[in-house]
Ligand binder design. Sequence first.
Ligand SMILES: *Cc1c(COP(=O)(O)O)cnc(C)c1O
Length: 232
Amino acid sequence: MLNDIAENFRKVRDKIEKAAAACGRAPEEVSLLAISKTFPVETISLAVAAGQRLFGENRVQEGESKIPSLDKVPGLEWHLVGHLQSNKAHKAARLFDFVHSVDSAKIAAKLSQSCLETGKRMPVLLQVDLAREPTKSGAEPADIASIMESISTLEGIRVEGLMTIPPYFEDPELARSYFVALRKLRDSLETERPGCLGRRHLSMGMSHDFEIAIQEGATIVRIGTALFGSRT
Ligand SMILES: *Cc1c(COP(=O)(O)O)cnc(C)c1O
């Protein structure tokens, strides 16, 4: 098991480096976020042993049951990548170091308030719904500028970029247009208000399409299955 996980990380890191190099990007521009949802602390520990430090969970409750048991490991960073509800904002503020899924001014305000109470300023990404799928969360692209405007004074959060989840396609090449759309949205927001997206992150790309996301500018790839195996 340890060998499998270490080997999976080695393979994925290698693919990230090759994909970056092939399009003239430095491999350090792309962070690997290991999505550990549904996997137990023991499995996450194997990933830590393989050198991984950035982990993502999609549910606050699950994070609550796992993150504290690993808080003795120095340098771990926990990212919330799933939908955040108002009533979980306080727990999220306490447990996580980064939130990828801010998709309304209301949840941004709530999270900011909770972060101020917890004494931290949380880096966040705005989740954009480019696919308009009813089951997906995320803000409409047309609403992003006004959400940015209304949350720009919040002191408990710091907007650092955009995140998206394209629809699942058998052929990952079909996800490319969504990655391009997220990059273009970032660039146009930055042109309108320089600096408004902080470190200008693009969180996009999962196990089956991360190489294409890297070609289109991803700075954070969120990978679960290719590292930990399939979820039951
Ligand atoms: C589960 C999940 C991932 C990882 O998906 P894989 O296909 O297993 O790599 C990435 N992002 C989000 C938001 C997720 O919920």
